[in-house]
Unconditional design. Structure first.
Length: 217
């Protein structure tokens, strides 16, 4: 059986990922693609419990390496319980964030080092990497403005970081997008919801074409 396609979405705070994922859900349903939609940190019960510890605003004493390890622990359980079984049974997985978020947030912005964080994650990802990663690029000031004007969104421990941290997040994503141009596609997320959705669909359709060609080879 052909492995399912593994697609991840990434971006800084307020890039509109949640809205875009909802629209992509509809797109996959309309296309009758067999898929699951999940998220990190979380997606399954144990990983959601770890998410609460990581993002709890009261946990201000959390050490950066501890933080990276908790993300990795949450990731491994999610991979084992949900993502790998789906991919191996031919189901497409649409995942809100993956290891790139750790490389950028913990490795680059917190300063642990991208290679160090990749090492911490080796046991978590079991050799699986996304076939396609869409990076929604937004100016941090605009992203944070969006978050603070959204009354329904809960503010978490990482949202409380200063603008310098979020600027480093953007720098980090740009850096890894440059390093893995085949896999990571950057979409400008500053436009209106519909325009951003259209651009994401274009990227996915391109990628699906390549995937289908590969299957036929
Ligand atoms: P979310 O806002 O996309 O739900 O993600 C929660 C926060 O966790 C967000 O600030 C990004 C951060 N994060 C990391 O720092 N490292 C990671 O590995 C992941 C998956 C998320």
């Amino acid at each position: 059986m052909m492995r399912g396609l593994f697609i991840t979405l990434e971006g800084g705070e307020g890039c509109g990922k949640t809205t875009q994922i909802e629209l992509l859900n509809q797109y996959f349903k309309n296309k009758k693609i067999n898929f699951i939609n999940t998220r990190e940190p979380g997606g399954i019960d144990i990983s959601e419990q770890i998410r609460e510890v990581i993002l709890n605003k009261d946990n201000t004493a959390m050490d950066s390496v501890t933080e990276a390890m908790l993300y990795a622990a949450s990731r491994r359980q999610h991979m084992i319980e949900r993502v790998i079984p789906a991919l191996e049974s031919g189901v497409t997985v649409l995942c809100d964030r993956f290891v790139d978020a750790s490389l950028v947030y913990q490795g680059y912005s917190r300063g642990i080092g991208i290679d160090q964080v990749m090492k911490i994650n080796e046991a978590a990802i079991e050799g699986y990497m996304p076939d396609l990663t869409i990076y929604l690029d937004i100016e941090p000031t605009l992203g944070l403005e969006r978050i603070h004007s959204n009354e329904n969104r809960e503010i978490n421990r990482l949202d409380l970081e200063g603008i310098g941290f979020h600027e480093k997040v953007r720098e980090g994503y740009m850096l890894i997008a440059k390093k893995y141009p085949e896999r990571i596609k950057t979409v400008d997320a500053s436009g209106c919801i519909e325009d951003v959705h259209k651009k994401i669909v274009e990227v996915i359709e391109d990628s699906l074409k390549n995937y289908e060609n590969k299957v036929q080879e």
